[in-house]
Each structure stands twice: as structure tokens, then as C-alpha cells.
Ligand binder design. Structure first.
Ligand code: SF4
Ligand code: SF4
Length: 523
């Protein structure tokens, strides 16, 4: 039996009745009524990879708020927490204050460049594997298949009139979908408060109204987007399919139907071969259409609806295995490789596709034929994206490692700018803000630099005026002090002099300073 023995092939392949929702001959206006899609379960490498990504992303989402991280007695012990009340963001060992929001902005810029990089290398991998819409639709489909069966059973059930069985199946499915949706909304708000206490509060009607409102809104959106609207969200609502085209070029890997070896497709190879017609590898079984969660036919070429989930690759590889043909009739391929192979199959465009030009006598692809050339991943575009991503990452890392955990800010009194005391000396008032950004109390020293004859005193600190003040700071808090600096009239040598407030933590040697002005009347 040779690999190209037609007696074992096409009759052995299950034919699926599946029509793409957007085939040119039935294409409807943009907001046409939806045609229901009943994706068949796929098996294969990409499906397994998708299961893995789904498991990891769902685990991260649902489990993260429950992770604890010991920050001592003065800070929350939730590993990831957006503490709105105290205006802090905790991420494991990192604590971000509102004035350090540049770190979050930097992370978003990094995520943007990362997305550009991934898209330019492997097309819409984000859409196909990791986008929340994709992950939750996949999860909802798992439930649907478990209750209603695979594609054919679901089509049959959908067409059947409502009876007790159909009602029971539909109610069970929607009830589980709603439970998932509630869990999804519930998990989201746990990122904004202590998860265990909020969880108890939610069930004992002790949580704030906004918590219930947020859960309700997210439950509704998860249920509607993941269960009811599914692929319509990607096709009509998401801007990413429109934007991503700008990041693709002829060397980007995208899911491609290799018609240079698949066409002319035929369900009846023997007849076609006997008639002397060329026969491609595609047996027109529609398995690729039946598994597609977007309901499209990749054989119609690149389409906006395709999220590059690669399930059609799995489906077609299964068919090719049964036919004892090379896998990869549908594969990740670059336009450059595709064009090269197409030129071979069409004798540089001088004839229709003749697959024998790319196959040997045994039906296998010729040695020079390639579907994927991974060296094309490294090219100027991807290098620029990678360089930008790395630079932002390094800058963020540097900023994170060197950021101040002790800060001083000073505001000079404007009205009055100075006061002449009874002994003729001049006094200026300052509002000094001391920021302790660690979750431990600190004893710091504020000292004056410049104005050698000046001394300072602070409201609420009963110490004689001097050039140094000992101050205690609460953990993770801002302390505001009213400080007066005075110097004798004889020391004034201009209407504006400068001085520096230096704050130092003697135990950690952390220090910060602020230069301010000292105002006086003209001498
Ligand atoms: S491309 Fe593959 S899965 Fe799709 S119809 Fe052809 S043989 Fe079947
Ligand atoms: S055509 Fe293939 S890759 Fe594109 S969405 Fe459908 S199954 Fe996924």
C-alpha cells in the first residue's frame, strides 16, 4: 500500500455537514441575524495547548485573590490587592503608591509592545489562546458539550421542539453558565478588598452595595458575552481584529489553508484521477469548518473573523493522518512561504494549481517544500518590538529598584511669606510632608542645610528650636508637619535665600531632601 493509494482514502473520511457562516455566496450585511454555531470538539496538539492555557489563565484569575503575602503587621497580607481606600496597589513584594503610577503605566506600555511582538510573529495568538473572551467561551462550551453533547447532538437538540428533556438540558446549562458568571464577577471584586472577609461579607449581606452591583454587572457581561454572544463579540465588538492587520507582514505566521497542495479539492479522488484530473489533498470533509468556534471556512483565505485558534489545524491533521498524508494542509505559515510554494504548484503562476508539482510519486511533499521557516521570526520589525519591550522593561526594573521609600516635600507659606518677630528676626513657615513608604514605623531626623544662623521648630513637637528635629513616622503613611524656620535679621543678605530640608532614616541610611526658599524684606 503506498501513501497515495486512493483506495484507502476519501471514503474512509467522515463527511461533515458544515457551512461557513460567512461564505461569499451567503454573505449578508454586517449586522445580519446571527447563524448559530455549534463547534465540534477538536483533538490534537493545539487543542491540548489551548486546554493548558485555559487552565492556567482561569487558575490565575480565580486563585490569585486568595494568595497571602506577609508584609508585617502594618500592611495587608493579600498578595495582589488594589486598596482603593488607602490608595495603594500591592503586588507580592511590590507596593505602589498613587504617585508611582508610572510603574503601572509602564507595565501597560510593555504589555502593548508584547502584544505587538506576539502578533507580528504568530498573528492573533492573543485572540486564539489567552483573551478572556476566548477562554470563557471555551469554558462555556465545555459545559454545553457536557450537557447537550457534541456538535451533531446540539444541532439536533436545537432544532427539536421544547419537551421536558430539552427544557431540563437547557435549564441545567444556563444555570451552570450563570454560576460560572457569578463566580467570575465575584472573583473580580476580591482583588479590591481582603478576599476572605469580603467573601464572608458577600454571603452575609455585610458587603458594600457597590460590591453587589459590580458582581451583578460582571455576572451579566460574562453570561451574555461568554454564553450568548460568543463569536459576535470578536467579530463586531472588539477593535483588535481591525488593528492587528497593521502588525502583520509577509513573514508573520498565521493559520493558513495551503491550497497549493489542497486544491483541487475532491470527495471522489478515484473518479477524478481516472478522468485524468489533478487531485489535491483536501477531501472536502468540512472537519475544519465543523470545529471552528467562529464558524468560518479557513479555505476561503484569511478572514477578519479568524482568531487563529488553530483548531482547524488539529481537525485537518487528523484527517491527513487517516489518509496517510503529510500533516499541515492547514498550518501556521507565512505569506512568503505560502507564495513560494504556490509558485511551485502553479509553475510561477502560469497554470492552475497542480499539486503533483509539490508531491513525489509516493504522495509525500517534496523535500524542498516548507510550511514554516522559523528563521523568519527574527526580522527588523520583531527586533524593534523586542528592543522597545526590553527597554521599557529594563527602565521599569531600574525605577523599581531605585525608587525612594522615604520622601520629603515642602510647601512654603504664601501668605504671609515671612513674619518679623519682636526681636527683629525673620521667620518663614513651611508645610513639610514626610512620606514613609514602607510598612514599618520609622524614626527619622530632619535637618537644615544652608542658612547657618537659622533654627527650626515644629508645631506639635515640644523641642527647643534647633537645626535638627527627631520625628516618628507611622508605617505606610504620610505625616504633615508645620515647621517654622527663623534667622536673625543680621544674617539676612537678600530678599530670597535658599535652604535645604534633609530627612534621613539613620537605621537604613535612606535620605531625601528638598530645596526651599527663605523670604525676607530687602536688607
Ligand atoms: S482542509 Fe482538511 S479538514 Fe478541511 S475540508 Fe479539507 S481535508 Fe477536510
Ligand atoms: S479558521 Fe481555524 S484558526 Fe481561524 S478561528 Fe476557525 S478554527 Fe480557529
Amino acid at each position: 500500500m503506498t501513501a497515495f493509494d486512493t483506495s484507502i482514502e476519501r471514503n474512509a473520511i467522515e463527511q461533515h455537514t458544515a457551512e461557513p457562516v460567512n461564505a461569499p455566496r451567503i454573505r449578508q450585511p454586517l449586522y445580519a441575524p446571527r447563524r448559530k454555531i455549534f463547534p465540534r470538539r477538536a483533538e490534537g496538539t493545539f487543542r491540548r495547548f489551548k486546554w493548558l492555557v485555559m487552565l492556567i489563565t482561569l487558575m490565575i484569575y480565580y486563585v490569585t485573590p486568595w494568595l497571602r503575602w506577609d508584609r508585617g503587621p502594618h500592611a495587608p497580607d493579600q498578595a495582589v490587592l488594589v486598596d482603593m481606600a488607602n490608595r495603594r496597589f500591592y503586588f507580592f513584594f511590590v507596593e505602589i503608591w498613587p504617585q508611582e503610577f508610572w510603574l503601572v503605566a509602564g507595565l501597560l506600555v510593555m504589555a502593548g509592545f508584547g502584544l505587538f511582538l506576539v502578533t507580528s510573529v504568530v498573528g492573533r495568538a492573543w485572540c486564539g489562546y489567552a483573551c478572556p473572551q476566548t477562554v470563557w467561551v471555551d469554558l462555556f462550551l465545555v459545559v454545553e458539550r457536557a450537557i447537550e453533547g457534541d456538535r451533531n447532538a446540539r444541532i439536533k437538540l436545537d432544532a427539536a421542539p421544547y419537551d421536558a428533556r430539552k427544557l431540563a438540558l437547557r435549564v441545567s446549562k444556563h444555570a451552570i453558565w450563570l454560576l460560572i458568571a457569578v463566580a467570575t464577577g465575584g472573583a473580580w471584586i476580591l482583588y479590591f478588598a481582603d478576599a476572605p472577609s469580603l467573601f464572608v461579607g458577600l454571603f452575609t449581606a455585610q458587603a458594600a452595595p457597590i460590591a453587589y452591583i459590580t458582581v451583578a454587572v460582571l455576572t451579566a457581561t460574562t453570561y451574555v458575552f461568554g454564553g450568548l454572544m460568543r463569536e459576535q463579540v470578536c467579530t463586531y465588538m472588539c477593535p483588535w481584529p481591525r488593528i492587528q492587520a497593521a502588525m502583520l507582514d509577509e513573514n508573520s505566521l498565521t493559520v493558513t489553508y495551503n491550497d497549493w497542495r489542497g486544491e483541487p479539492r475532491s470527495r471522489h479522488a478515484k473518479k477524478a484521477l481516472a478522468a485524468g484530473d489533478a487531485v489535491g489533498d483536501c477531501v472536502d470533509c468540512n472537519a475544519c469548518v465543523a470545529v471552528c468556534p467562529m464558524g468560518i471556512d479557513i479555505r476561503d483565505g484569511q478572514q477578519l473573523e479568524c482568531i487563529t485558534c488553530a483548531l482547524c489545524i488539529d481537525a485537518c491533521d487528523g484527517v491527513m493522518d487517516k489518509l496517510n498524508r503529510d500533516r499541515g494542509l492547514i498550518s501556521y505559515a507565512t505569506l512568503a512561504d505560502y507564495n513560494q510554494n504556490m509558485a511551485l504548484a502553479t509553475a510561477n503562476g502560469t497554470s492552475a494549481i497542480y499539486p503533483e508539482r509539490v508531491r513525489g510519486r509516493d504522495g509525500r511533499l517534496l523535500p524542498g517544500i516548507t510550511n514554516v521557516r522559523f528563521t523568519r521570526i527574527v526580522r527588523p520589525r520583531t527586533m524593534v518590538y523586542f528592543a522597545a519591550w526590553s527597554l521599557v522593561g529594563l527602565a521599569l526594573l531600574y525605577g523599581l529598584m531605585t525608587r525612594d521609600r522615604l520622601q520629603v516635600n515642602v510647601l512654603h507659606d504664601r501668605n504671609p511669606q515671612y513674619v518679623v518677630l519682636s526681636d527683629g528676626s525673620i521667620r518663614n513657615g513651611y508645610t513639610v510632608k514626610l512620606l514613609n513608604k514602607i510598612p514599618e514605623p520609622r524614626a527619622v531626623v530632619i535637618s537644615l542645610e544652608g542658612l547657618p544662623d537659622a533654627a527650626m521648630s515644629a508645631v506639635g513637637i515640644n523641642e527647643p528650636a534647633s537645626r535638627k528635629l527627631a520625628v516618628t513616622l507611622e508605617p505606610d503613611r504620610l505625616r504633615t508637619l508645620k515647621i517654622y524656620v527663623a534667622q536673625p535679621a543680621a544674617a539676612i543678605n537678600g530678599s530670597v535665600q535658599t535652604l535645604r530640608f534633609v530627612v534621613e532614616d539613620p537605621s537604613s541610611f535612606e535620605t531625601d531632601s528638598y530645596t526651599a526658599s527663605f523670604e525676607a524684606p530687602q536688607p
